[in-house]
Design a protein around this ligand. Structure first.
Ligand code: 3H9
Length: 686
């Protein structure tokens, strides 16, 4: 089967792109398009070409899998030039999500007709790139400069209606792409649709518009995209050459490698061993616990259209849970996610009660009660009695042993961990924790649920903290060690914020509540090995009742939206150093980043080695979508690949000279370095 077919119907040549799933403009499509235009050119009867795509969308971009491979001619910019130079006008019919190179193909045609529901965009910046097939040159010749710059720099798609109003589309119609293409071609023939060559249109980008976008531009990706757009003031061929050079430069950047990896990570995690199992039906859900987490989970379910029965153990908290959920839904109305009427209708599908018996008929229950095995044991014992056969019993525990929880029931095959991240109706990550007896169809159903909730599910085996919190618990210690050794905590935060984290680790723990880490430290104290370094500064902070943002003070002091350094912290650090005979030394920002990242990579490698995560890319997805990891680094293990595994290994070996207990080289890292392989090579084995 070829990726492009041509059908001649008298004066009309209909050219169809057919390259499932998203009609990406890979080699077959590019070569096929050039051949089809030539066939039409050679046929004297043909006067107009109708170009469209089969399947769910017009071309959704260049084929991202080809980036980094040896280029195969014709390249997309050349195909666009061929379309633009066609003596027979080409009317392009767009549907679905016409993105990146797909939109660039359309821009090169002589007319564009959209099909209702269409979205159009240039998402290249999300991959660390810029439009590289004429998008930065042709778009400002069709639409107002501000609209063009908005699309080029934000990567966000616009609606068909907005595109029509901006002049990007000549018309908006309804129907199957093939029929609309035939109809639009007829309109060109009868003169009701006037073709025009984009390159011949005047550039509408002004210097003021460029300056205003430049003032807001952050980072090399945006700067490069704006530079290309600026070249649209030059003659077309010169502008295209500048765009091409910048695109090639972007293709080689680390930011592109990281962001491309992040794109595939989001999708790769769905490939699980249980994917073929038949998922159970999920129509109704129960949530136990009406705190922030339980209310957030209930909100997520309601937003996905699932009626929810929420059980709050304490009668006086039932109303509070309902109010929290109502407030969450207000937020969804404010963000334009639902109308006020939809909010009312949705809220009507929520039942809040203290009666566990109300869960008898639900298809799924998610428990989000206090993190104590005794409490969970009691809850799951009750669920086992109450719930119908086949109901999925899930725990939102963030570190407890799901095998032990499952053992409290006579149906361990139905028990699973579903670890949401707070706020649960906003955060995209869902860790799906598979216990030893969990049935494959329960895993498959959990992944289906994640899709319904528009979340990214990552499969994890059972261990303390699962993938994310286990790695977090390890690398967080490195920040305490650096602090005690002399790095001010605010320098650690600012160095990591400059690396790309939205918030440094001390600011994050202030936000989460210092008492959470304190409880974990106390829980783990009895099993802490004697040779492990222990830093007490955070305990001193908690002993003052300074639990972070919620108490107005933690490592920082909070005044409205501003934060300042809590001066007591340096005193705590000095006192602990004096007691332990440590002389403070200074750190530079790069040392801080190197040490923090080496710790993260070390534990992440162990998580892969122990098969807690299916692949390195699963760990990357957890950090990208649950822990605010900078997208341009692609995740901790992609960062390690970009930095070089030999470099990371030698850093760990060096640190181990100071603290051989904490800094142990993961066997997997050593093996990969010896074999000259990367973490990404392990992703390819699946
Ligand atoms: C570009 O165009 C550069 C040019 O300016 C210049 C060139 C010179 N390539 O997301 P889904 C795969 S840069 C290859 O689950 P949905 C995807 O991996 C590109 N593969 O579906 C998945 O595979 P699998 C600019 C692609 O319905 C499968 O298709 N374009 C591509 O939820 C289904 O994808 C973009 O950045 C691709 N371009 O969403 C658009 N796209 O099943 C990127 C998808 O094996 N794509 N795949 O895991 C998207 O945003 C979404 O895929 C889309 C559909 C909205 C289209």
């Amino acid at each position: 089967m070829t990726a492009v077919h041509i059908t001649i119907e008298g004066a009309i040549a209909l050219v169809a792109i057919d390259n499932p799933p998203v009609n990406a403009a890979g080699f077959d499509v590019r070569a096929g398009l050039v051949a089809a235009v030539q066939t039409a050119a050679d046929n004297d009867a043909v006067k107009v070409i109708g170009l469209y795509a089969a399947g769910r969308t017009f071309v959704a971009g260049a084929d991202i899998r080809e980036f980094g491979q040896p280029p195969k001619l014709p390249l997309l910019p050349e195909v666009c030039d061929v379309l633009e130079a066609s003596a027979k006008p080409i009317v392009c019919v767009l549907h679905g999500t016409t993105l990146g190179g797909g939109l660039e193909l359309a821009l090169s045609c002589q007319a564009r007709v959209g099909i209702k529901g269409l979205k159009l965009g240039l998402p290249e910046v999300n991959l660390g790139l810029l439009p590289g097939a004429g998008g930065t040159q042709r778009l400002p010749r069709l639409v107002d400069g501000a609209t063009a710059l908005g699309m080029i720099t934000s990567g966000k798609p616009i609606t068909a209606q907005a595109a029509l109003e901006a002049g990007l589309l000549d018309d908006l119609q309804d129907g199957a792409p093939e029929d609309v293409a035939r109809q639009a071609a007829r309109q060109v023939l009868d003169g009701t649709l006037t073709p025009r060559v984009t390159a011949a249109q005047p550039n509408r980008l002004t210097q003021e518009q460029l300056d205003s976008f430049r003032a807001k531009a952050k980072g090399e990706v945006m700067v490069r995209a704006l530079k290309a757009a600026e070249a649209s003031s030059l003659p077309m061929a010169e502008g295209l050459a500048i765009e091409r050079a910048l695109f090639v430069e972007a293709l080689q950047s680390d930011a592109h490698k990281g962001m491309k990896h992040a794109f595939f990570a989001e999708r790769a995690v769905a490939h699980i061993p249980e994917a073929q199992a038949e998922a159970r039906d999920l129509a109704t859900a129960g949530v136990i616990g009406g705190g922030t987490m339980g209310s957030g989970i209930a909100t997520a379910m309601l937003l996905a259209g699932m009626p929810v029965t929420l059980i709050e153990m304490q009668a006086d908290r039932v109303e509070f849970a309902r109010e929290t959920i109502a407030r969450n839904l207000d937020g969804a109305v404010k963000r334009g996610k639902m109308s006020a009427e939809q909010r009312e209708a949705t809220l009507a599908t929520l039942t809040c009660t203290t009666d566990m018996g109300a869960l008898a008929d639900v298809d799924l229950v998610i428990e989000a009660v206090f993190e104590s095995m005794d409490v969970k044991r009691d809850v799951f014992g009750q669920l086992d009695q109450i719930c119908k056969a086949g109901a999925i019993l899930a725990s939102n525990t963030s570190y407890l042993d799901v095998n032990e929880i499952a053992a409290c029931t006579k149906r361990p095959q139905d028990v699973i961990g579903l670890h949401f991240f707070s706020p649960a109706h906003v955060m995209r990550l869902l860790e799906v924790v598979v216990a030893k007896d969990t049935a494959p169809e329960v895993v498959a159903t959990s992944f289906k649920l994640a899709k319904k909730l528009r979340k990214i599910a990552v499969r994890s085996e059972v261990c303390d903290g699962f993938i994310g919190n286990r790695i977090l618990a390890y690398y967080r210690k490195s920040t305490a060690y650096m602090q005690l050794d002399g790095a001010p905590f605010e320098q650690i935060d600012s160095a990591l914020e400059a690396f790309g984290f939205a918030m440094g680790p001390f600011a994050v723990s202030d936000l989460a509540g210092q008492d959470i880490g304190w409880a974990t430290r106390k829980r783990l104290a009895p099993t802490r090995p004697e040779e492990e370094r222990y830093v007490e500064i955070a305990d001193r902070v908690c002993e003052q009742g300074w639990f972070g943002r919620k108490s107005g003070k933690g490592f920082y002091v909070y005044d409205g939206k501003t934060r300042s350094v809590n001066p007591a912290i340096a005193e705590f650090a000095d006192a602990e150093r004096a007691a332990k005979g440590i002389t403070a030394r200074s750190f530079n920002d790069q040392e801080i980043v190197d040490c923090y990242m080496a710790a993260m990579v070390a534990e992440a490698a162990r998580v892969v080695e122990e098969k807690i995560a299916l692949r390195p890319i699963d760990v990357d997805a957890v950090f990208l979508f649950g822990y605010g990891f900078p997208r341009h680094w692609g995740g901790p293990l992609q960062y390690a690949d970009i930095t070089g595994l030999d470099v990371i290994l030698s850093r760990i070996e060096n640190y181990a000279k100071e603290d051989a207990h904490y800094w142990q080289v993961p066997a997997l890292l050593r093996e990969l370095v010896a074999a000259g392989k990367s973490f990404n090579d392990l992703n390819k084995n699946h």
